[in-house]
Design a protein around this ligand. Structure first.
Ligand code: GDP
Ligand code: ZN
Length: 307
């Protein structure tokens, strides 16, 4: 019988059956051995098979997953969630301000994990006309690259309906800095979930890589969301400096015009990317992000490493 893991609490897994019932399952030893690299063999989002004794006997291949380093065993990783259809990055240009550098790093991580991403700029109601104009320009910049953006306020029912549409029948991870309005948004979308807002400090959570926090919440209109205070960032990725350019989607086709195959788009002659930046075909802001990450300018990117 087939089921979906919706919560993991140590040795017990809550599994949603095909009949929409929640049952508690345990794990057979064989699967534990096979997945030695990760500290948790089964993650929220996994599709599994279980037997009459509610033992998990098989895991279906994951289409994607997000991981963290395990705290105790440094070489091991911890899978936070799997089989995501999309991630919604909640940002705000006001109270608190989400930096574009953070958004760009988040986009790179999502590209590395092969998870489609949409960006939501919340707290529209706090923006001055000038700020709203700026927000629209940022929206245009990201949409041109291929990242859908929404400018919303959780106070606006129409905006909430728009986001509901995006969530319907999908497994969605909700991410973003503390205070941007994730819980408020989720509660507006699905009031029965009644998530607590901002109860635990981030610094505290950084060290707590437990699965207890990760849970798949079913949405009454179809689909489910994962909201975990521990997933403000998407987690661990390792990207070699030479690979970084591949995660800037808009560089890809234009780099065919570079003279050198292995062009890093820094200062090489006849570089298609540099030329595109000079004629505003590629955004200067994104290009600056690229150079900034290469130079390791930002130090507050916790789980992020350039090899
Ligand atoms: P989280 O940490 O991302 O879950 O953020 P919360 O949902 O706890 O929201 C943080 C604060 O922002 C709360 O005081 C909310 O009332 C407020 N907030 C959320 N959405 C909006 C919005 O659209 N407009 C305004 N003005 N405040 C909002
Ligand atoms: Zn180049």
């Amino acid at each position: 019988m087939k089921g979906l893991v919706v919560k993991s609490t140590g040795k017990l897994y809550q599994v949603k059956t095909e009949q929409n019932q929640i049952i508690a399952c345990t794990l057979k030893g064989i699967i534990r051995l096979e997945q030695r690299k990760s500290t948790n063999p089964i993650a929220v989002g996994d599709t599994i098979e279980y037997d009459a004794e509610h033992c998990i006997t098989n895991i279906y291949p994951r289409k994607n997953y997000i991981i963290r380093k395990s705290i105790n065993l440094s070489k091991q990783t911890h899978i936070l969630a799997s089989n995501l259809d999309q991630v919604l990055l909640i940002a705000s240009l006001h109270s608190p301000k989400t930096s574009l550098g953070f958004i760009d790093r988040f986009l790179i991580t999502a590209e590395a994990y092969q998870i489609p991403i949409q960006i939501i700029f919340n707290k529209k109601d706090l923006l001055s006309p000038e700020e709203e104009e700026m927000c629209q320009q940022i929206q245009k910049m990201y949409e041109t690259i291929g990242y859908p953006c929404f400018i919303i306020s959780t106070l606006n029912a129409q905006d909430i309906n728009q986001i509901k549409n995006e969530l319907t029948n999908k497994i969605t991870l909700i991410a973003g800095h503390s205070g941007v309005g994730k819980s408020t948004l989720i509660n507006a979308i699905e009031p029965t979930l009644n998530l607590k807002t901002n109860v635990i400090s981030n610094t505290h959570l950084k060290g707590m890589h437990t699965t207890t926090f990760v849970e798949l919440h079913a949405l009454s209109f179809g689909g489910s969301i994962i909201d975990s205070p521990g997933i403000q960032e998407l987690g661990l990725v390792k990207i070699a400096k030479e690979e970084l350019k591949n995660y800037f989607k808009e560089f890809k086709t234009i780099s065919n015009q570079c003279k050198f195959n292995n062009c890093m788009h820094i200062n090489e002659p006849h570089c298609g990317v540099i030329k595109a930046v000079s004629i505003n075909q590629i955004s200067k802001i994104r290009y600056q992000s690229y150079l900034g990450i290469l130079n390791g300018d930002e130090t507050n990117w916790n789980e992020w490493e350039l090899k």
